[in-house]
Design a protein around this ligand. Structure first.
Ligand code: ACM
Ligand code: ZN
Length: 751
């Protein structure tokens, strides 16, 4: 008994498949694997020279958390050591490092503490993924393969942006993101702190900015808010500094400023009053460029913000500033005249250049979105190119530094899978592979201008990121693909190998409680009708193992593996999920495959054209709320006018009833953003309570030729910041097998 107990205490856990091999991300620029391994144990010692104390302390704490080993430091060691040496005379980029792992020990050499920090992050990635654990894992073999690495980044600016205005994320969430960014050698966190929809940083001189500007009343009726105190900002900046991450604040001007103007309407053109915007999109009310007081206000704010952020850069926004108010404001017109500005674009340029001077006075470098090119670029500005690469190319040609963040690759608010099955997003479609494929050096830019391109960053606009979980779902793993874009020389990148290395790194993300995206089993809708048999074909946005069940149970890693299209001739519930090498699974999808006969046409004569519409005023968040409606009126409408009939500022609801004329027997798939869509008296699509920016929940039904009763329930409300009036009620259909959906034509409808 005693013997077996001893044996079980000392035997090591068998190695996990995801820990085999070398899986450093971003891929080091020179890496040679050697025979053998180094084993970290309780007797391993840190030996260090130069400016390394903070780095050694940081990693000693990490190692202790996961292994329980409290590693001692020593002056010298000939075996079982981790040596960290910082030597300013070393010939390497300031963030570079060399790393040697032999069976005797590990040696990291760098020019700076930051380089040593990255060398140690690589050491962590050579160890089993469990080294990221925050609790002690017993009986782990903490081995690292022997390697020789020389590594340095391709670009100096490696960033992530986070919009904390559309949705607010707590301090711990921000720290967690910074922690994980640093693991992947990212060095910049661009903090988007002010917006039309919320002001999120305490400014002591202007307390109403947070008292009023940080709160909005959502379309659903409740208050949403949050902001960071200056103490919290300092705490985050310090936390980031300890991880060699620079935090750049963004204070938006002259547009995207409605939250500030709600608190201080005197700095607008019209004087207000305003309400913090509760729908997405761009607000026409902006800072007045004609009033001196506006500049004094912004100078005061900048003075307080500058004191909190040691970063060299300061971001002033500058994007999407509508000129509607400036065109008619007497003071703005006067300013244009006095300053000889020929149009409002030049007035925007005047605005930005004045702010640039303020920042230079504080020893800061200004960054702005590429709209700051309009009307003439401020002399010292760095341009963040987001509307494609054009602005970045133009700025680099003019000799300005550029950060490339074009939407197609860098906008992490985009969908990364099929919009029919993924949670609602702002739009776009950027897969992990697309983000990975980005090259920040545009082909159109001559090589002698390449040095102006500082790097790239992932932009995380949070309209459709209602909490931290969904934000992480969008951020990861695409931000890690961009980390490799930024760090690794182009010729050393390989997407297939990146995916292999990510199998290990996903486990590290698990240990940091990151809710990363796992591709879903895409393809069929949730409800698939058939008459004879149905063929169900799954796909994924990258190569993934798919498992499924057909007995109604939740799939597990041991469920049958999907290898080819599945054929059904009876009612079946399929549940399908994807599986990572670690055994972690995606969310399971449920697909109901339903045998139907063609629903017979209704035996009716109709005389009215279109559908019969009933209308009521009032705010209805869910369909059940319609019980509260007291006064319905019948309204005439034409499908053409339909969209213009609704305005989210006058909440209402409508139902539409009548018949749709179906041309021939068939399976028909419907797609709609309306709240509920019934056909033949049955609820076919239910979007009740969802954010309906894009239609989800497509469903099919077997219909015989002829007229079928339809009913539509449409709530003209705002849910999750999306006004339904921006789409209007829309139902589309296609016959099974057809590629494209089409709008239901007016001639098909009658009552
Ligand atoms: C932006 O996405 N409006 C910079
Ligand atoms: Zn004005």
């Amino acid at each position: 008994m005693a013997l077996t107990m001893m044996a079980s205490c000392t035997s090591k856990l068998p190695p996990k498949a995801y820990n085999k091999g070398v899986h450093v991300v971003p891929q080091p620029n020179q890496l040679e694997q050697k025979e053998g391994t180094f084993e970290l144990n309780a007797k391993t010692k840190f030996v260090s020279t130069g400016d390394t104390k903070t780095v050694v302390d940081y990693f000693a704490a990490k190692i202790k958390n996961a292994s329980g080993f409290e590693l001692a430091t020593a002056e010298k060691a000939s075996s079982n050591f981790i040596a960290v040496n910082v030597n300013p005379a070393m010939e390497i980029k300031k963030e570079g490092y060399t790393l040697s792992v032999t069976s005797k020990g590990i040696t990291v050499n760098a020019k700076t503490a930051q380089g040593a920090f990255y060398g140690m992050q690589t050491v962590m990635q050579l160890l089993p993924a469990e080294i990221e654990s925050t609790t002690v894992i017993e009986n782990m073999a903490w081995t690292a393969p022997c390697v020789e690495i020389k590594d340095e980044p391709r670009f100096p600016y490696r960033g992530m942006h986070l919009d904390v205005c559309r949705h607010f994320y707590p301090v711990d969430f921000v720290k967690k993101q910074i922690d994980v960014l640093a693991m992947f050698k990212m060095n910049t966190f661009h903090w988007h702190l002010t917006e039309d929809q919320g002001w999120r940083i305490e400014i002591k001189k202007y307390p109403k900015l947070t008292e009023m500007g940080s709160k909005r009343i959502e379309g659903e009726g409740y208050e949403y808010g949050g902001y960071y105190t200056q103490e919290q900002v300092k705490e985050i900046v310090k936390y980031a500094q300890e991880r060699f991450v620079t935090v750049i604040p963004e204070i938006e001007l002259p547009g995207h400023a409605l939250a500030a103007l709600t608190a201080y309407p005197e700095y607008s053109c019209t004087g207000g009053p305003f309400k913090v915007r509760n729908v997405w999109g761009v607000e026409p009310d902006v800072y007045c460029a004609g009033k001196e007081e506006t500049f004094a206000f912004l100078e005061d704010i900048i003075e307080e913000v500058v004191a909190l952020f040691p970063s060299e850069y300061f971001h002033i926004g500058g994007d999407e500033c509508p000129k509607d108010r400036w065109k008619v404001c007497p003071l703005c017109k006067k300013r244009m005249k006095e300053e000889g500005l020929k149009d409002p674009h030049e007035l925007q340029s005047y605005f930005i250049k004045r702010i640039e001077k303020v920042l230079i006075g504080h020893g800061k470098k200004m960054i702005g979105w590429d709209e700051i090119l309009e009307g003439g670029l401020a002399p010292s500005a760095t341009v963040m190119s987001w509307r494609g690469e054009k602005g970045g190319i133009e700025a680099a040609k003019e000799g300005h530094d550029v950060i490339m963040t074009p939407g197609n690759w860098c906008y992490l608010d985009h969908y990364q899978g099929n919009s029919k099955v993924e949670p609602v997003a702002i739009g776009g479609y950027t897969t992990l592979e697309e983000s990975y494929s980005y090259d920040p050096l545009p082909k159109e830019l001559d090589a002698d201008k390449h040095h102006f391109i500082q790097g790239t960053q992932g932009n995380v606009w949070s309209e459709y990121m209602y909490d931290g979980d969904i934000a992480e779902y969008r951020i990861f793993p695409r931000i890690i693909a961009l980390a490799e874009v930024n760090w690794t020389q182009k010729e050393n990148k390989d997407y297939t190998d990146f995916l292999r290395r990510m199998d290990n790194n996903f486990v590290r993300l698990d240990l940091h409680n990151i809710n990363y995206h796992i591709p879903l089993a895409e393809g069929p809708n949730n409800h698939v009708a058939f008459t004879d048999s149905a063929t169900i074909e799954f796909s994924t946005t990258r190569p993934m193992k798919i498992v499924y069940t057909i007995d109604g149970t939740e799939p597990t890693v041991d469920s049958p593996v999907y290898t080819e299209p599945l054929k059904f001739s009876a009612n079946t519930t399929i549940k399908a999920a994807t599986v990572l090498l670690s055994g972690k699974m995606s969310k399971a999808r449920t697909i109901n495959v339903v045998k139907e006969s063609f629903a017979p046409a209704a035996d009716v004569k109709t005389t009215g054209k279109g559908l019969k519409m009933k209308y009521t005023d009032g705010t209805f968040v869910k369909v059940a709320d319609l019980k509260k409606a007291t006064k319905w009126e019948e309204k005439e409408f034409t499908p053409k006018k339909l969209k213009g009939m609704f305005d989210y500022k006058k909440p209402s609801a409508a139902t539409f009833e009548g018949y749709i004329d179906i041309a021939e027997d068939g399976i028909y798939e419907f797609s709609t953003n309306v709240d509920q869509f019934f056909i033949g008296g049955k609820l076919l699509i239910n979007n009740d309570g969802e954010v309906k920016r894009f239609s989800r929940n497509n469903s099919s039904v077997a219909l015989a030729k002829g007229k079928h009763a339809v009913k539509i329930i449409f709530l003209n409300n705002v849910i999750g910041g999306w006004p339904q009036s921006w789409n209007g009620p829309k139902v589309q259909f296609k016959k099974a097998g057809d590629k494209k959906f089409e709008d239901i034509k007016a001639e098909m409808l009658s009552f």
